[in-house]
Design a protein around this ligand. Structure first.
Ligand SMILES: [Zn+2]
Ligand SMILES: [Zn+2]
Length: 361
């Protein structure tokens, strides 16, 4: 049997559609027929060769939902339920070792030194070759963390819980205080930013504010009920004043970077009140450096916190949050395309002309 796959053979080049042999399963392996996958903003950096984790050739795609075709052995999902053929499942993109210092002693598995990520650092040259979501089939290894989905879950909507959703949960969980009565600013209106703001809203934040330059994304944020949307094309002064106006001149309690670029950081720090927290969640590849005013950091007693990917708990929370609010997250999907149209889909994301782009199989 063969599977159609979109392969990145060379950086900065379009993906190439090829037919690939499906190899036999190892002990604990699961063959999954893809139902839906999502294009993530970070896929663009990977195609461009800007993510040091990515080898070529590779099948990209780290957000996926699919149906189990075959399991070699017994496997339970994160709820302890036995998985079987025909189950609709979603999986955690990262597989951790459970043995290293970060997994075992610090209990921060998102920092695992041996973390293997579907569609990110698994070469197409290595078994099982089908290790990314941009193919008709994917083979999951034994240690993969899986959740069985109820049959009335929309695969195209739930798919975003796997990466941006789980990372957004990590960003919110990284805050020491709860968000009741707080003002939360998110820079960047992609799925990560919208997800983080939705979480803040449902946790009782008083003001949720989005900074974005995309009219497309503004519309999505409006539909979702974000309290204030500030245009990135206005002056920095204007944006700051609007935030100061609704916070009695103090500034935001929390600012979350979800743009994917270092350039957002200096402005984000200015938005914060004294004692506020700045979370960097979107920057996922090395970037040109930007100057930061450390006097601003010390004199305002600011906490700056990096958030790297996510773990099983963040993943599970994100899946249940999306399952519960499927109608809300459905509004993020602007394009459903086929695997053959993947390069078009990547262009849409690159040019920020889309909300969420999903591939249906
Ligand atoms: Zn991603
Ligand atoms: Zn580890």
């Amino acid at each position: 049997m063969k599977a159609k796959a979109a392969i990145l053979e060379e950086f900065k080049k379009p993906l190439v559609i090829r037919y690939v042999d499906i190899p036999p399963l190892l002990e604990g392996g699961i063959l999954v027929k893809m139902v839906s996958s999502g294009i993530c903003g970070s896929d663009i950096h990977m195609v461009d060769g800007e993510d040091p984790r990515v080898p070529v050739p590779i099948i990209l795609g780290h957000e996926g939902v699919g149906e189990i075709v075959e399991i070699n052995g017994d496997k339970r999902d994160l709820n302890g339920e036995i998985l079987k053929k025909g189950d609709l499942i979603i999986w955690n993109r990262g597989v951790v070792c459970g043995e290293c210092y970060f997994c075992k002693v610090l209990k921060m598995p998102y920092l695992c030194e041996n973390r293997k990520i579907y569609g990110i650092n698994r070469s197409f040259k290595e078994y099982p070759h089908l290790s990314g979501a941009f193919a008709e089939f994917i083979i999951l290894e034994e240690k993969t963390e899986i959740l069985r989905l109820s049959p009335n879950t929309d695969p195209n909507v739930i798919v975003m819980a796997g990466c941006s959703g789980a990372t957004a949960v990590h960003a919110i969980d990284a805050l020491e205080d709860n968000l009741l009565d707080k003002t939360v600013v998110v820079q960047g209106g992609g799925p990560l930013g919208i997800f983080a703001l939705s979480l803040a809203k449902f946790q009782g934040a008083k003001n949720t504010i989005l900074i974005t330059g995309s009219s497309f994304r503004k519309e999505i944020a409006e539909k979702i009920g974000i309290d204030m949307i500030l245009d990135r094309n206005t002056s920095a002064e204007e944006r700051l004043n609007k935030i100061l106006d609704i916070t009695y001149g103090r500034g935001a309690d929390v600012v979350i970077e979800a743009t994917g670029t270092n350039k957002a950081v200096p402005e984000g720090l200015r938005f914060l009140r004294k004692g506020g927290t700045y979370i960097i969640a979107g920057v996922a590849s090395p970037q040109e450096k930007v100057p930061i005013d450390f006097y601003e950091v010390s004199s305002k007693n600011i906490t700056i916190k990096g958030v790297w990917v996510s773990d099983a708990e963040h993943f599970k929370k994100a899946v249940s949050f999306v399952e519960k609010h499927q109608d809300l997250f459905a509004t993020l999907i602007t394009h459903k395309i086929s695997l053959d149209e993947i390069n078009y889909g990547l262009d849409l994301v690159r040019e920020r002309k889309a909300g969420k782009v999903v591939i249906t199989y």
